[in-house]
Design a protein around this ligand. Sequence first.
Ligand code: HEM
Ligand SMILES: *[C@@H]1O[C@H](CO)[C@@H](O)[C@H](O)[C@H]1NC(C)=O
Ligand SMILES: *[C@@H]1O[C@H](CO)[C@@H](O)[C@H](O)[C@H]1NC(C)=O
Ligand SMILES: *[C@@H]1O[C@H](CO)[C@@H](O)[C@H](O)[C@H]1NC(C)=O
Ligand SMILES: *[C@@H]1O[C@H](CO)[C@@H](O)[C@H](O)[C@H]1NC(C)=O
Length: 320
Amino acid sequence: MASNTNRKIYFVFFVCAIALRSALAQLSNQDYYTQRCPRALETIQSAVRSAVANETRMGASLLRLHFHDCFVNGCDASILLDDTVNFTGEKTAFPNVNSVRGFDVIDTIKLKVEKLCPGVVSCADILAVAARDSVVILDGPSWQVQLGRRDSTTASLNDANIDLPAPTLNLSGLITSFFNKGFTAKEMVTLSGSHTIGQARCMTFRTRLYNESNISPSFAMSLKSNCPISGGDNNLSPLDITSPTFFDNAYFSNLVSQEGLLHSDQQLFSGGSTNAQVAAYSKNLGSFRNDFADAMVKMGGLSPLTGSSGQIRTNCRKVN
Ligand code: HEM
Ligand SMILES: *[C@@H]1O[C@H](CO)[C@@H](O)[C@H](O)[C@H]1NC(C)=O
Ligand SMILES: *[C@@H]1O[C@H](CO)[C@@H](O)[C@H](O)[C@H]1NC(C)=O
Ligand SMILES: *[C@@H]1O[C@H](CO)[C@@H](O)[C@H](O)[C@H]1NC(C)=O
Ligand SMILES: *[C@@H]1O[C@H](CO)[C@@H](O)[C@H](O)[C@H]1NC(C)=O
């Protein structure tokens, strides 16, 4: 009697598990390419290593590329598609144009893995692995990258303009932008910790230097010569003034000192609901590292194409 009931419960559980699995279009674990293309991951890692050795900033650029891919209709490499006469992709969207970079590094990696195993390793998986490897190379945490993504045959300029958060957003705008992708306010803070590496153009933080009051006066002063009130739009400054090439928690201690570069950065510590989380991360590198790793796995799982959806592009810049 009891065991019959148990059997029914197991059966229902089993059916639900199968249904859930297909509904979520699940990714596979890190071993996905072990049989399919045994040297794929080490090939990506060594190419990322050379690219970052040549130019440290490339680690930041590759991390951002994965973010800008995933937030626009999922991690499907849509951001890599070039515009053509009859196709408009995401590269000219406002948050991307003259800003996202690293496309040549992805091309180099793709050429190498295509030579090893033609038509096997997706561009979307390359982006996910390259982002993880970049963070590790810059002393950040590691995580097990889920794999098995396939590449889109479409892209959306309009969705890129809507779904990627702007540096002009206030705290509630930032929370909403991430909530729309399934993230909590805490995870939004965690992922913003990516700004512990990389650079931003003057045009993205000029208003903050000249018009905002929640900014350290000496910090603002030190940036003005490279970001004048007019001109110099593309001049670069580090997002983390303290340790721009190390993936640490200095971004958060900067915010506590009112030394966030972007308006959106400082919004996380301006008396609102995320203040405590920023202060906590500024004092606890370990918790930031752990949470960051978890949040990146979650971000990498945004609406992947799996099974027979999409394709494995031969050239990341164009549909097969
Ligand atoms: C919270 C909302 C966010 C806003 C408003 C934002 C905005 C920006 C802006 C304006 C820049 C400078 C771009 C330029 O001047 O060309 C930038 C750079 C960067 N962002 Fe974000 N970002 C956000 C979240 C994230 C997330 C979640 C990640 C990664 C998971 C990320 C990774 C980066 C990196 C690494 C850079 C430096 C890129 C480089 O040096 O090439 N950002 N971001
Ligand atoms: C090395 O980095 C420079 C920019 O600092 C770039 O112009 C050049 O193309 C890079 N070389 C390689 C081989 O990636
Ligand atoms: C788009 O234009 C290219 C030539 O630039 C052509 O090869 C391709 O077939 C066209 N695609 C469509 C869907 O019209
Ligand atoms: C945040 O920005 C939105 C949209 O610009 C605005 O409606 C809202 O009032 C702002 N919230 C705060 C607290 O400033
Ligand atoms: C500062 O704010 C004033 C008034 O809103 C505006 O006219 C000016 O363009 C702003 N300056 C910068 C550098 O953003």
